[in-house]
Write a protein that binds this ligand. Sequence first.
Ligand code: ASP
Length: 325
Amino acid sequence: MKNILAIHTGGTISMSQDEMGGVVQNDENPIDNNDILGLPDINIINDELLNLPSPQMTPETMLKITNRIKKAVAEENIDGVVVTHGTDTLEETAYFLDLTLPNTVPVVVTGAMRSSNEIGADGVFNFKSAIQVAASDEAKNKGVLVVFNTGIYAARFVTKTHTTSVDTFKDPIYGTLGTVDHDQVIFAQQLIGSEYTDINHVKDHVYLLKAYAGMTDVLFNAIDNDETNGVVIEAMGAGNMPAPTLKAIERLIKRNIPIVLVSRCFSGSAQAIYAYEGGGIELKDMGLIFCTQLNGQKARMKLIVGLSSGKAGKDLEEYMANALS
Ligand code: ASP
C-alpha cells in the first residue's frame, strides 16, 4: 500500500459558500476525509499545514511547503505528496516547489474552482485525481505536477486561464503531459530537463511590472532604490518596451539590479528581434536577461530562487535564460 501525504494549504478546495452566497474559509477542511475518495488501496495522511486563501501566499509560505515535503521524504516513509492550494497563485507555488525540490517522490499540486457545497463542486474529484497521480509509478521523475480537471500538467508552464471555469489550468506551449481517466493515470509526454536548487531563505523586493501602451518611467522610478533585488518585466510582443521607459530601466541596471524580460503574450518567448528604439535588440544590449517561455509570475519565482541561492552575474543570467532547467 502506498503512503501519500496530503498537505492542505487552503483555497477554494477547502472553503464553502455561506447563506449569503459568499465563499468563506472553514475551520474544518471538508476534503480532509479519506472515506469520500474511494481509494481503499492508498493510505492518505492529511496534514493541515496552512489555511490561506492563495492571494495570501508568499515565497516564505512556499518555502514552508518545500521544507515540509523535504522532511516527509527524509523521515516519514512517504511515496508521494499532494498539495491542495488556492488556484489564484497555484501556478507560482507549484513552480516554486519544482525549482526547490529534488525529484525524489511525485509531488502533485491541485485545487478547486467551486467550493465544497456548491453545485458541481470539483474539489473532491481533483483531490482524488491528484492522489491517484501521486501514487502512480509513472509520475516519478517528472518534476512537480499540477493535476486539474483530469489534466496532468508540468508546473513549469501551467497557468490559470479562466477566472471561474473548472477547466482553467492550461499549458499554452506544450499542452498536457497526460490525463487521469477513471482508474487510469496515463502519461503521453515528459518535460525534459530539471534542475533543483537548495535554498534556506527567500530574497524579497523582487518585483513584476507589466508593460502597457503609453507606459512611462513612473513605476520604474518607484523601485529605483537600494532595497530592490530584482525585477521581471512583462514586455510587449516578442520583447519590446515603450521608449519613455528606457532611461529609468537603464538607471536600475546601473544599480546592478538584475532585470529579466518575458513577454506579456499568453505564449512564446521574449527575444532580441526588433531594432527600433525600445526593441528587443536595444534591451539585450542594455543588459536585460531574456527568459525563455516562462510567464511573468513564474519568471519572478525563478528569479527569487536564483537570487536566494546566491546566483549573480553570468550564473544568474544562464539560470534565468535556460527554460529547461
Ligand atoms: N481565490 C481562491 C484562492 O486562490 C480561488 C481558488 O482557490 O480557487 O484561494
